[in-house]
Design a protein around this ligand. Structure first.
Ligand SMILES: [Zn+2]
Length: 253
């Protein structure tokens, strides 16, 4: 399996990162995409991915970084990635959950990263929370030139199919295993298998039976298993399809 979205550089793992990696390998996780979201965490992604070859680094500026100073930060970001090995731009996107005071800055910062991804021929990893319509309209405005993934997708099946029409992938995480997650289960069951990715988003959003605890990459099997049950196929079917999709989208070796 490939965990397409993790933050294993976080403080939560400072005492047992090597154990976490060993557990992931023991549970058939072959590759882990390590996702940065700020100038500080991008540096941690770089250091961590240089140390362990299971990691594939991506760099981005999350919408929570969209301060008045966003353009300067973007220039620093661009400078930082200039000579780096990376597999995507992100995570980036829009998040109106904690307020919309910086809506304009968020949009501009997102658009800058979309343009950069196109320029570098890289996919983007999109974070969208309570901002469905604006996120969709920005992606659509690139007329199919942009490729990427809607990470930890939590929207409707209809919207998922609209993103797929634009050439995007849909990534599902821990919430698909939650008992009352009617909509994520509907999405898992019905989107085309060649557009599906799986992720943990660890340390956040641990799947059942670890809901509320620290998440880690080895738990990806619970997500894979739930999707297999919903689609009435085997775990290996979901593993094979989602691994191939991840290799295709991110150009993983
Ligand atoms: Zn994330």
């Amino acid at each position: 399996m490939i965990d397409t979205h993790s933050h294993l550089f976080e403080e939560d793992f400072k005492d047992d990162l090597e154990d976490c990696i060993a557990r992931a390998i023991a549970n058939n996780v072959k590759k882990i995409i390590l996702v940065g979201f700020s100038l500080e965490t991008n540096q941690l992604v770089l250091e961590t991915s240089n140390k362990y070859n299971i990691f594939y680094p991506t760099y981005g500026l999350h919408p929570s970084e969209a301060t008045k100073n966003y353009y300067n930060d973007f220039l620093k970001f661009k400078e930082f990635i200039n000579d780096k090995r990376l597999y995507a731009i992100g995570e980036c996107g829009l998040d109106y959950h904690y307020g919309i005071d910086n809506k304009e800055e968020q949009k501009q910062l997102f658009i800058l990263q979309c343009n950069l991804a196109i320029e570098l021929n890289l996919p983007i990893i999109v974070h969208s929370r309570d901002a469905d319509l604006d996120t969709y309209n920005i992606i659509k405005s690139f007329n199919g030139k942009l490729k990427g993934v809607m990470h930890c997708y939590s929207g409707s099946l209809e919207m998922a199919n609209e993103y797929i029409k634009l050439g995007f992938y849909i990534s599902l995480g821990g919430p698909v295993t939650f008992k009352n997650a009617r909509v994520p289960k509907l999405v898992a069951k019905n989107i085309p298998i060649d557009r599906l990715l799986i992720e943990t988003d660890c340390p956040f959003l641990a799947p059942t039976p670890f809901r509320g605890k620290r998440n880690e990459s080895s738990y990806i099997k619970y997500i894979c298993e739930e999707i297999a049950n919903l689609r009435e196929c085997t775990l290996l079917d979901i593993d094979n399809a989602t691994s191939q999709n991840a290799i295709n989208l991110f150009g993983l070796e």
